[in-house]
Design a protein around this ligand. Sequence first.
Ligand code: GLU
Length: 446
Amino acid sequence: MPSDLLMNILTRIREVAAYKSFPDWYINELCGHDNRWSSDICAKVTDPDNPTKKTWQSFKIVRAWHRLPNNRWIFGGGWRHHPNVTLSMMESHAIEMSFKCWIMGIPHGGAKGGIAFDPRMYSREDLITITCKAVEKAIKHNCLGPKYDRWAPDVGTNEEIMQWIQDHYSYVAEPVTCVTGKPIDFGGMPGRKEATGRGLHEALRIFRNENVITLPECPTAILQGFGNVGYHYAKFCREFGIKIIGVLDQYGGVYHPHLPIADLITYVDNHPQKTVAGFHTICGGDEIKNDKELFSISADIVVPAALEEVITPEIALLFNNVKVLLEGANGPTMPGADPILADRGIEVIPDIYANAGGVLVSYFEWHKDTNLQPFDRLLHPPKESDEDLVFESMQNALSRNGRAIINLKRTIESQTGKRIDNRLASYIYAMERALPAYMVKRREQF
Ligand code: GLU
């Protein structure tokens, strides 16, 4: 049964007060939103009951904006195409986006939104029509643009869709940047597509180097989701010495103790639905049909890289010899699962830190386009649009802020005598980072 994602994140923010004293007004600010928007668009697209006909259909679009600690910053965050898009869910993801940005020193308030529909049911032509209608509505209601809000790829969207949004915005409103995650030939940043998946590896490496997590030399991993995040996580596994043994996506999955990842990637590239389903017949492995089967596999690392709330308390109890949960998706773990993971000695590298590589490289692209400066003097966007330089800047930011989270956790534990998890430490770190800007904005005295 799905829980209330927004309620969960608000509870986590309030929990922070037991370990770190923040002004009440600040906690209250963070538990609210700056703005929220919901609208319906009508588009003439393929009739699901008669594919030869076009009919007018209605689609719900939403966007939620969390908080802007400094009036010179802007909002930013993913734009998704998925049937489960609701305002409440986007409100919760907008808060996560804020925290991700603040951990990294990015001058944004978090936002998230999208269109509630299943893009797999529509043709490319229909997708263009629906996306452009949403852009027109967003322009009409001042919900998009470089002075207010930057959209980025998310679940069900990609660089091509970002370019449609950019192009239509330029045509209808003004020819200036309004999205990140654009194709490289249209002003995108090399490495943006790979950034979230690669960033997960960097995040784990830092937690290993700082001795928070002990893993064998060549640890095994199971992966849920093979969209942009999961695909690129898998692609970099070899370089980071990780051995993936099980993968599941929305259509099916595969287990093999020696899963040939390069062959799996070629298989997915050539599959019309871009799925791993059916690969077990090619590699001689076992078929994985559902979450329970995947998460019961004995492995050192579990990587949820799909949707929210998949790690339920029941699933956390199934984990078999797992040492670390590396959160590639946003909000993949239900609050009820956290104490179970802690009791079982499983370290969690939380989403707001672990998957921040994506927004970081989005911000590098935005910095190139607009020159909006980071609020952290030590965050250095790459000097050129070069993939190696992008990865180097990303690695610096992830390692510096990862170490800061680990040190903060150790300090709080020694001061309070209580154990806190990496998630809470990451929340506290994000909140500490944005507080000075907020105090100026509220004219509070330091
Ligand atoms: N989907 C990304 C996330 O959730 C979008 C971030 C961005 O590029 O702004 O982190």
